[in-house]
Design a protein around this ligand. Structure first.
Ligand code: UDH
Ligand code: NGS
Length: 392
């Protein structure tokens, strides 16, 4: 009995000893990490509760990704002044961090975004302070009445592009007036106006409500036109259909001209992105895409805008892209720039783009436009799946 008791105590002591050693190791290695883990959880709760970007939460990150501003404060310190002798930036930026934590709290102001981006200069331009960028990218954003979305996009996009060590500029192409919105025509305007200012080697056509969630999704052009918004949260982070070309795409000036730019005649919602996708192949090119792991975007939820009703003619128009792409596009775009403002975070170009009837003619009656030919489309090159068609 005594021997049994002795061995029982021995095992108990051994067990306690092991526990002590484990605890000692844990507190040496992991104490700091564990404390900051709990602080992060605490901060996340705080952010959700207050719904604002508080001083702490701006730096918070969690398992869904890191803080898009992490590392960037080092850049300001590394500023050498722009001498002739700057080396090229490395082929892969050392600032890239992978997944980004994206949230949309209500308290953010544009002034805060300006303060967070001290190296961005007039008109939303940036060049890496310590190396010569290998890529010059213009971001073109079609816009009307979406200031609250623009604020979030700017908050995330500026540091995202700085982490990629790009020479970049952000252009917001603002449609003047209340006539039906025309996303693709605004892109044509953006292309011409941005190229007028600088010899950009890549143009990103970017919806205002899509926030990239991984900075390995590099905003540089490929050998073929690139569609980058391939995994959006609203589509369950999957491509909704094979020919989908909406949301965000990247083309070099050469790609753009090869396909005669984008169509000018899609007024209202839908179909213009499918037309652009078809133009890529009609121009003798392919659609390139990043992997679904990095081509991830979070969409800022919203309803269909006033002045952007679903275009009832889109399927008939799409069926004719093969006949129309050379007759309508960059070679026929007509518009009038009403103002050009160099704001701290972007260049704003407000533009008059007219109506279906031309730049100065009175608008056609909505009834006459809604009339669709009785015959169904003969050829529907970029026909999306029935599920999506039925949704509209
Ligand atoms: N845009 C504006 N203002 C508008 C309309 C569109 O700025 O009034 C721009 C903006 O950049 C937007 C893009 O055009 O991100 C595309 O328009 P959208 O966001 O309305 O299109 P999306 O397909 O969303 O992303 C539509 C939501 C509901 C569609 C339901 C159709 N049945
Ligand atoms: C297709 C539209 C596209 C649109 C896509 C996603 O059906 O323009 O749905 O729409 N094509 C036509 O209507 C011909 S979404 O789910 O984002 O509203 O981009």
């Amino acid at each position: 009995m005594a021997t049994w008791l002795q061995s029982k105590w021995r095992y108990l002591f051994m067990f306690l000893g092991v526990q002590l050693v484990v605890m000692a190791l844990l507190s040496r290695e992991g104490y700091h990490k564990r404390v900051s883990y709990f602080i992060r959880i605490f901060r996340k709760l705080e952010t959700t509760a207050t719904g604002t970007f508080g001083a702490g939460s701006l730096h918070a990150s969690n398992h869904t990704g890191g803080d898009v501003y992490a590392n960037l404060s080092l850049l300001a310190k590394a500023h050498h002044g722009r001498g002739e002798e700057m080396p090229y930036c490395p082929k892969t930026s050392p600032l890239i961090g992978g997944p980004i934590h994206v949230i949309f709290p209500s308290g953010l102001t544009l002034a805060q975004v300006v303060r967070k981006n001290p190296l961005v200069v007039r008109g939303g331009r940036y060049r890496p302070p310590d190396c010569e960028a290998r890529h010059r990218t213009a971001i073109i954003i079609p816009h009307r009445n979406r200031e609250h979305h623009l604020k979030f996009l700017l908050y995330y996009l500026h540091p995202f592009l700085q982490r990629q060590q790009l020479n970049y500029g952000i252009y917001v192409i603002h449609q003047a007036g209340n006539y039906t919105f025309n996303r693709a025509k605004l892109m044509n305007v953006g292309f011409r106006e941005a190229m007028r200012e600088e010899d950009w080697d890549c143009l990103f056509f970017h919806d205002v409500d899509l926030i990239p969630e991984d900075d390995r999704n590099t905003y540089m052009c490929d050998a073929n036109p690139k569609h980058t918004a391939i995994a959006m949260d609203k589509f369950g982070y999957k491509l909704p259909y094979k020919m989908y070309f909406g949301g965000v795409s990247a083309l070099s000036p050469l790609h753009y001209l090869k396909m005669n730019g984008f169509p000018n005649n899609y007024w209202g919602w839908g179909g213009e992105d499918d037309d652009i996708g078809v133009r890529v192949s009609l121009g003798g090119m392919f659609i390139s895409r990043p992997s679904v792991k990095v081509g991830r975007y979070k969409m800022i939820k919203h309803k269909l805008d006033k002045g952007n009703d679903v275009n009832p003619r889109r399927f008939n128009m799409l069926a004719k892209t093969r006949q129309t792409w050379k007759l309508d596009g960059m070679n026929t775009v007509e518009y009038e720039v009403l103002s050009r403002d160099y704001f701290p975070l972007y260049t704003n170009i407000t533009v008059h783009i007219g109506t279906e009837a031309g730049l100065h003619a009175t608008a056609p009656s909505p009834k006459s436009l809604a009339k669709a030919p009785a015959k169904p489309p003969v050829e529907a090159p970029a026909k999306p799946p029935t599920k999506l068609q039925q949704k509209h």
